[in-house]
Design a protein around this ligand. Structure first.
Ligand SMILES: *Cc1c(COP(=O)(O)O)cnc(C)c1O
Length: 349
């Protein structure tokens, strides 16, 4: 007879963990309620606690940095470089000179474009500090044929509604360290000790992905490659369609990387007479959504008291924020609809 239990859990969660880990080439994965929860657990798994320092990309979504505060640790924000828009290895090195003993480094692969991960890994190895990759936006992106999220000690993915694949809400933490992943599985299911009764020696979390969400995730994983294909098409059409406008450059594709092109984003030359807000407002009039690039964390009021490390005279992250626009990149957008966006932008110049 099959087992009759108190509750039914189902097998989708385990299967989704196996299938996603296999896709990215990680040994182990734990499916969680969000990407934010995954970052939180990665920090806890490397032992980040009260008073520790964590180096973190500044140009990102607040969800990258918030878990540092959940652990009562202190973020130090790192500037971007202009080739990938991601963490500048030179600024990271400079941060190590100022603060030799951070507990972890969190690097983001912005809008699906891989950071200079080899250089960043090398610096982390030299200083013996674990790297956490926030690959929430970059599932499926590769760097020298290896998936983002599998270079560092931990990688995290998000399946929030706006990401390249979604479970309505969810995330995954991947790592090759089986013991740590098991430990995270324990924390995220309320830290229940092995005993017949409910026994607790540690504080736990209710962070596990539900079986229903995992079922959706398994289906979504099957369309991931197709979505990347479509997103790449969208990126190429913007690149081609806007190439005559010399004031506009699209987020570059760094050498030896294949981005998933989750969000096609452009940056205007600082001397451009047309400003990002004019593009955003002109598109809005046509009921087309576009947005500024993420506001860097070091400029956010909530993080204003934390240090920021830059090597360029003018912060690159700030420049990208002030001059960047994220363009509509929905995979359901038709070519005709995209042409409306392109032509509207062109008409402003
Ligand atoms: C979406 C996102 C997250 C958070 O993921 P959730 O699943 O929404 O919690 C973290 N970092 C980045 C860069 C993101 O884009």
């Amino acid at each position: 007879m099959t087992q009759i239990g108190l509750h039914h859990f189902g097998e989708n969660v385990n299967k989704f963990e196996e299938e996603l880990s296999k896709y990215v080439g990680a040994k182990h994965g734990v499916a969680l309620s969000s990407g934010t929860a995954a970052i939180h657990m990665a920090l806890k798994a490397v032992g980040v606690t009260n008073g520790d320092l964590v180096f973190c990309s500044s140009l990102t979504f607040a969800a990258t940095a918030n878990p540092i505060i959940y652990q009562n640790a202190t973020p130090v924000f790192i500037d971007s470089e202009s080739e990938t828009w991601n963490m500048d290895p030179k600024a990271l090195e400079k941060a190590f000179e100022k603060y030799p003993n951070p507990k972890a480094v969190i690097v983001v692969h912005l809008y699906g474009t891989p950071a200079k991960i080899n250089e960043i890994m090398e610096i982390c190895k030299k200083h013996n500090v674990p790297l956490i990759e926030d690959a929430a936006e970059s599932l499926g992106s590769t760097y020298y044929d290896k998936q983002t999220g599998t270079f560092g000690k931990y990688g995290i993915y998000s399946f929030n509604g706006n990401k390249i694949i979604t479970t309505s809400g969810g995330g995954m933490l991947v790592s090759d360290d089986e013991e740590r992943i098991q430990k995270v599985r324990f924390w995220v299911t309320q830290a229940r000790e092995k005993a017949r009764h409910y026994e607790h020696k540690e504080i736990g979390y209710n962070y596990r992905m539900s079986n229903i969400c995992a079922g959706i995730g398994r289906g979504q994983l099957k369309v991931l490659n197709e979505r990347i294909h479509k997103k790449t098409d969208i990126y190429n059409r913007y690149k081609e369609g806007l190439k005559e406008i010399t004031e506009i450059s699209i987020q570059p594709i760094p050498k030896n990387t294949v981005p998933n092109h989750w969000l096609s984003s452009i940056v205007l030359d600082t001397r451009s007479k047309v400003k990002p807000i004019e593009i955003i407002e002109a598109l809005e009039k046509e009921n087309i959504e576009s947005r500024p690039v993420w506001k860097p964390m070091h400029l956010e009021p909530v993080f204003k008291d934390y240090d920021f490390i830059q090597v360029e005279e003018e912060s690159i992250a700030k420049k990208l924020f002030e001059n960047g626009v994220c363009l509509p990149s929905d995979t359901k957008m038709t070519n005709e609809e995209q042409d409306v966006v392109i032509n509207k932008i062109k008409s402003l110049f």
